[in-house]
Design a protein around this ligand. Structure first.
Ligand SMILES: [Zn+2]
Length: 211
């Protein structure tokens, strides 16, 4: 192996370290001291690995606040241990399962696409879709993952220490709430928009709920 000498790598490393230098210069010791020795996140998030889905779209300070799990298709079954860690070891009170518009994993599952990687195929095989169009399939997958989580963490949900929230991050405005909007699809598996709106909509002005 040789050390590559190419402009793209130099640019990448320069940007990485310039960004990090700026970040560390505007965060003083007190900022880091709060979580030197332990993490106390409020949220376990399960989201797709897609590069278009990033935390800053809906969280300004994820450090020590968000225990994040990412995989293709925001699936529970392909990273169950990591999710257990957030819920059962770190005791986060919220689990947010968030899909997104134009999801490649859901598209592949919808079309029955196979790749040359058996590992990709294995991860895609656990997405269960009956819908025939992509937007419906994205919501179906979110609801499916939410239902799996509800079954798995039922006792925590029933005792009120965990709330499971389903959502879609819609950067394409496929669901009509505007580009880049987060739209809830369920709370503890409840998808009835009138129930959710009656409980939350007057108290949370920017909340969007599908349906
Ligand atoms: Zn995706």
């Amino acid at each position: 192996m040789n050390l590559p000498d190419n402009p793209r790598l130099l640019l990448f490393l320069r940007e990485l370290f310039d960004t990090n230098a700026e970040f560390s210069s505007i965060h003083d010791d007190k900022f880091f001291a709060k979580f030197h020795d332990s993490q106390t996140p409020n949220l376990t998030i399960l989201k797709c690995s897609d590069s278009r889905v990033q935390m800053e779209s809906f969280d300004k300070t994820p450090q020590n606040g968000v225990f994040a799990i990412r995989n293709i298709g925001n699936q529970l079954s392909t990273c169950e241990g990591s999710i257990d860690f957030g819920i059962e070891i770190l005791n986060t009170p919220f689990l947010l399962i968030i899909g997104h518009s134009d999801c490649g994993a859901v598209t592949a599952a919808l079309n029955g696409t196979k790749t040359e990687s058996e590992f990709i195929n294995k991860e895609l095989s656990t997405i269960k879709i009956t819908a025939t169009c992509l937007e419906d399939a994205i919501i179906e997958n979110i609801n499916y993952q939410v239902q799996k989580a509800i079954k798995k963490y039922k006792s925590r949900i029933n005792s009120g220490v965990l709330t499971v929230i389903g959502a879609v991050y819609d950067f394409k405005n496929d669901f009509g709430f505007g580009h880049g909007k987060v739209v809830l699809t369920s709370i503890n598996g409840i998808t009835d928009a009138s129930l959710v709106k009656a409980m939350y909509i007057e108290r949370i002005s920017n909340l969007h709920f599908l349906g």
